[in-house]
Design a protein around this ligand. Sequence first.
Ligand code: TRP
Length: 448
Amino acid sequence: MRDKWSSKVGFILAAAGSAVGLGNIWKFPYSVGTNGGGAFVALYFIFLIFIGVPLMLAAITLGRKTQLSVFGAYKSINKKWSFVGGLGVICGFFILAFYSTVGGWVIYYLKNALLGTLNTTNPDLLGKTFENLLNSPIELISYQFIFLLFTMLIVLKGISGGIEKASKIMMPALFIMLIVIAFKSVTLKGSMEGIKFLLTPDFSKINMQVAMNALGQVFFSLSIGMGVMVTYGSYLGKKDNILNTAILIPVIDTAIALIAGFATIPAVFALGFKVTEGPGLMFVTLPAVFASMPMGHIFCIVFFLLVLFAALTSSISMLEVCVSYFVDERNKKRKTSTVIITLLIFIMGIPASLSMGVWKNLDLIGGLNFFDLYDKLTTNILLTTGGFLLCIFVGWVLKAENAVKEIEISGNKFRLAPVWSFLIKYVVPAAVFIILINSYKEFILLII
Ligand code: TRP
């Protein structure tokens, strides 16, 4: 017998833990900044509602129906589709390779928060701190290693149950903390421009590039497209109502991303930072917000600690998918696989960590550095491909009608079943396909 979640709360905590991470707190705000603000936010919401949520339901349903992790789930319904699980594993490797770079930054900032060296509102000084970090290979690599070590130890010790219990306190704490920071941020003098930037969509800014990034961000933030949610859903029992869960997780996830946006962007405008800063945005801006708050020093420490926790609950879900592939499908030992995979990810991750500092001028493919290359490859190509295959599979191979039956097994009526089936069979594949073709085209043009 396979384990079941001890309660549905266990599932929700693990799934929300996977979804809420650096994608919400770090990536969303800076992507809003580099993709023109409100237009990106508006597209994000449209994609979230019409693509992200239906796919979340599809993934959880596929997992619960088969009671198997992602590789077995596809394979058990149609052997030809087992490659989708493999795609997820490759994707996990590449995401973790750059996710751990950022996880390392968080640990570095936590250390500096503890030392009290971030206590300034001066954009130049904070910019320097980040710049210094990017140019210190030893520190970058050490902190990245520590982040992966934490991730590995949690997966190795099978203590994710304990981590889930801890999320019961840490997640609400993070939520409240972000609300307080957002409140401070929107009440800073000069923040209005930032609020406008976030909320007024300038539709002339929407182009294929922005659409591609918004869709990628939906997949990345919801942890959809590499099998995490299929695997987690497989631990649900037939009595559990999956409908409300498939809505609840995106709601929590989006709330956190949006509040992180309000915590960061208005402060960017009020305190004189650059909204197009890119991946450093959160790290240069938020310390300035803390420095302008009473007891900001303490806030800064607690904040980076909570972000680290959120990042770890996401990274373990990715490592878990990679490890379980080698254990379930290749009959490898769990301990050995975990250690080897973590080491491989670490080695692959080093270039990502160095690529904005000492390897900055190493114009790799199409002028992208390793960090951007991994990011684009996963967010825009692999996850989106995984999402596309998921909707085709559930809509046409498993068949939407069967999926609806599975959803209704727990005894609840799925009133929007016709709408969902229509979305999953036609709208989602068509929309994702159009964007995907464009992503491939762009990626190929970059490479050649
Ligand atoms: N969703 C996480 C975040 O927002 C990252 C993540 C964890 C992820 N597992 C994933 C992204 C699986 C894609 C696929 O930080």
